[in-house]
Design a protein around this ligand. Sequence first.
Ligand SMILES: Cc1ncc(COP(=O)(O)O)c(C=O)c1O
Length: 432
Amino acid sequence: MPLFADRVRRIDTENAFKIGPYIKSIEDAGNRVIKCNLGEPDFAVPEHIRAEVKRQLDADNTHYNDPQGIPALRTALAEHLKRSRGVEVTPERVVCFPGAKPPIGLCQQTYTNRGDEIIYPSPGFPIYESFIDYVGARPVPLHLDEEKGFSFTGEELEPLISERTRLIYVNFPSNPTGGVATREQLEGIARVIREKAPADARVYSDEVYEDILFDGVEHNSIASLPGMAQRTIIVSGVSKSYCWTGGRVGWAAFPTVEEAQVFKNLNINYFSCLPAYNQEGAREAIESPLSKPILGEMSAAFQKRRDVVVNGLNRIEGITCQLPRGAFYVFPNIGGVCERIGAISACERLLDEQRRMTSPATLFQMFLLFRYQVATMDRKSFGRIGTEGKHFLRLSIATGLDDLEEALRRIETAADDTAGFEEFVAAGQCLY
Ligand SMILES: Cc1ncc(COP(=O)(O)O)c(C=O)c1O
């Protein structure tokens, strides 16, 4: 009998966590790696939030608590959703989770049976695709185009919807592309969903980057549009807005109390509750007037870095890079570099087994990491299905400007180092 159940082989992963040990091995050998791979802001958790968490710890708020999330936080979130999106939500429909990630898989478990279909953006946050095979559903990737700023329209979504559609993931501002849909685009998407999707299909609106927006763009939630609140699960958390990835507080607002109760029971089954002191910290983050200006400063800092990095990348021959409108990533097309440096032909020459695990962009990503000490993420890390021939990298700009400028210099040199690349691939180590 095999040790593991079959489903264990059907779950994928988030490579951002996987390349950590590679980086550590390079650093242990005495090299400094510029980390453009990180999905967390490089700013500190704001002082008023830290102070609240400390106060709660000192008050011994360290016990089991409401598995749905403490009422004070759920009440603050219901008010926040009304204020920020005009969506009426009662605290009974809000459920808190250890981060914005757990509801991704829990929703797939809850809303799909074998063979049901899940539509998700590709490139997109890897966990959307990762879980689909695991729960026995059918993946329906919605491929996003560079030319369209990595957002999509109702017309592009329409042919993917069927009577088996159960979940549609929407993620604006988006990881990994920074794409943001305009209100008109969201209206088109909502119209198609209202007209074609089964009435009980759910839109999963992942709004975890809601506060990181550039060029005066404002956050729009698909849930705010007519007829959409009753179909949409709004998800967000403290990780990105409050630079608090280790806080592990996220939340989802469900269309009905009945659904919220199902997720509350999943919480009871999986982890009982979240630390109450961190939930109080999250409540403080949401309620305090001190948060807004800090969010504004953070977006301004990211916007400045975005401009430097996008301009720098576009100056490198063989790279084109769209201007993201939100989040803290840029997603350059490196097709020209893959061609010039020989990554496409090198990939074709690999053994079948190796080729399945890698791609031209992955080879360049690994070359950059091991030979030039710049950590990035490849296209395949953001959805694997149907990505052959797509050559992109994701660079996080959650790193200081000096380091980003140094990273640009290293990428430019690496992009011309044909001999070094050949040697790297011939050595056959760490090709994925
Ligand atoms: C689009 C998206 N959704 C969800 C998450 C998960 O966030 P959390 O750390 O709060 O679980 C991330 C984190 O990178 C993300 O980029």
